[in-house]
Unconditional design. Sequence first.
Length: 338
Amino acid sequence: MALMTGEQYIESMRKLNLQVYMFGKKIDNVVDDPILRPSLNSVRMTYDLAQMPEYEDLMTATSSLTGEKINRFTHIHQSTQDLINKVRMQRLLGQKTAACFQRCVGMDASNAVFSTTYEIDQKYGTHYHENFKKFLTRVQRNDFTVDGAMTDPKGDRGKAPHAQDDPDLYLHVVERRPDGVVVRGAKAHQTGFINSHEVIVMPTIAMREADKDYAISFCCPTDAEGIFMIVGRQSCDTRKLEGAPMDTGNPEFGGTEALVIFDNVFIPNDQIFLNGEVEFAGMMVERFAGYHRQSYGGCKVGVGDVLIGAAALAADYNGCAKASHIKDKIIEMQHLNE
């Protein structure tokens, strides 16, 4: 199975044993929670559109690893046209959801880690690139949603990771075993982690030799033992519980983010993509940032299209659509969006 339907995606998330906490309590049914469900619906749209023939060129691609048809969110870019299709796909999804659809970070992480692991292997004779290709092949064939986790809590920004008063303010290796490593720490502001099957963890800054234990990149299931998610609050999130049609924002689609704690999580050797090669930490971060900047040029513009349309509709409802200063503002919004 290379392409899941939206309904198959929803059911696949029900099978995960996610450890999610919100309002100080554990959420037993993450899929159907009224506050969290709109964010899941946004991810579902990435599956539903991929089933529609009119969006096939944007939403799907041919895998460079297997030759099979796959969702573009699991693709390694092969050409300029791939990058154009990527950003057009993101704009389309922004228009359809007016929200964050959450698969961009994992896609951009995949492309950054793919090339960086190749260069690490060239220098050190490691097997990270082969590890990553096996992981990505499994992701493509199962059409998994993958989160990308880069941002650490960081603590004192003036100190390097190894120099922090609390060593867990940057995710790091706490134990090395013959068959893998044990990691501890956290990743902050994780958009989409709760709605993902797998996660790619990356360093968050360039590092030096003293930070060797912090130069770690790997993949693991989002429901791996020792992973806990604390949902970030939004000021109006409980309005979705009131059942009123007014003042609930975007009721069908949305986004969510979480602080994700890694409490002594074991990572097998074949899931590791970087392990102490400190000079490549900055390369991985920089390559991810380049891809992710382009992603923002798609998804945020799609959401902008919806906001511009809403502003124009509000002006029309209020009988001021022909006012020169209103027209000037809407034109400026369109200009900035493009």
